[in-house]
Unconditional design. Sequence first.
Length: 431
Amino acid sequence: MRASLNEKKLMAFIVFLILVAISVAACIFFYPLDKVEAEYDIVEINDIANTAFDNWNEISERGNEILPAGSYEYAIVSTDGTLVYKTGEDVPFIVNEAVRKGCIIFDVASDETVLGKLIILPINSQKYICAVNSARLAAGITLIVTVLILSALVYRISVRILKPFNKLKDFAQNVAAGDLDTPLQMDKANYFGAFTESFDMMRTELKASRKREDELIRDRADMVAQLSHDIKTPVASIIATSELLNAKTDDDIYKAKLDIIIAKATQLSDLSDELNKITKAEQDKLNVECSTFSTVDLMEMIKKCDYLGKIKPFDMPEALVLLDRGRMKQVIDNVISNSYKYAGTDIELNAGLSDEFLILRIKDHGPGIKPEEISGICGKYVRGKEVGDKEGAGLGLFTARQLMNRMGGDFQVASEYGEYFEAIIIVALDI
C-alpha cells in the first residue's frame, strides 16, 4: 500500500511539472506580446525631424548621408502627401494607412512653418515582433526539451525503480504463499540489483530447507511405518501364543492372565495402526479454501507464473470458477516449472468449457514420458525415468492432483514419448 501511494505521488508530481511547462509555453505562444507598448526616444525623433527640416530640398536625393542613423524605420512625406524619403519598403507613407497601422506621426516643422510629416513605424512591428517570434521559438524548444527530459525521467524511474520494486513485492508475495520455485529475475543495472540477488539467494536457501524438511518428514514417516511393521510382527506372535496357551489350559487363573496379555497386545497393535494412519494423514494434509474468481483473474495468474514468457498467446473463455487462489497458483507453478525444467520449449495453452468445468490444457514439446509411466506419474515421490540429473522430489504432480481434487476439479496428464507432455487442469465452475 505504501509503495503504491509513493508511486502515485511521484507520477502526480511529474504530471504537474509537465502541465506547468505546457502552461508557460502556452502563455508565451498566445499572449499578444506584439501589442506591448514601447517607449520612444523623443530626442532621437526630434533630431530626425529637425535635420529633415533643415535639409528639406536635399533629403530626397541624399537622405542616407544627411539624416542621422537611428533605431527606427520611418518615412518623410510632404504636406501634399508626396513621398520624400523612407528607410524601408515596409514603412507606409500614406497618412491614413500609417494611422491604421499604429505609426507615430510628427510634423517636420519649425515655428509655424510645416514642410511635411515624419511617419515612424511602430517599434512593435520591428524589434518586438522579432523578439516575440524568437521567444515563441525558444518556448517551443524548451517545451519539447522539458517533455523529453521528463519522459526520460519517468522511463528511468519506471524501469530502474518502480518495476524492480514491484517485482520484489510480487516475489515476496509468492514466497509468502509458499512458491519457492519461481526465481527473481536479476538485473544489476537497477537500484535493487544487490538486494535482488540477496532475495533470490534467500529463496534458494528456503527451497533447500523445505526440501530437507520434506525429506525428514518422509524419513520419519518411513521410520514410523517400519517401526509399526516391526512392532506388529512380535505383537502378533504374542497374541497367537497367548491364544494357544489359553486354549490348552484349564486353570482359570492362567486364563485370566492370558486374557490380559492378549488384550494389551491387541491394544498395542491397534495403537501401532493408529500411529501409522496419523503419520500418513499429516503427510497428505493440504488445506484448501475455495472462493469465486473470474477467468480473467485466472488468466492474469497464469501470465504471472510464466516468468520466462514461454506461453504463447491464448484465449480464455469468460466464466466464474471456484478455486483457492494460493493453491491454484501452486498447481500452475508446478506445471510451468516442470516444463521449464524438463522441456525448455514454447508452451501452448488451450482453454475451454465443458459442462460444469473449465478445462486448461498446458502442452510443451519436450521429451514427454513413456506410455507405461503415465498411469503412475502423479503418484507420490514418482519421477519420470528421463529426468536425468535434474533435481526434484517427485511431489509436484502428486500435489497438483491432490489440490485440484480438493478444489472440486481434477488433474490429468497426457503424453506422447518424444513429442509432447500435456497437463490437463480441470477447474470447477461456479454455477
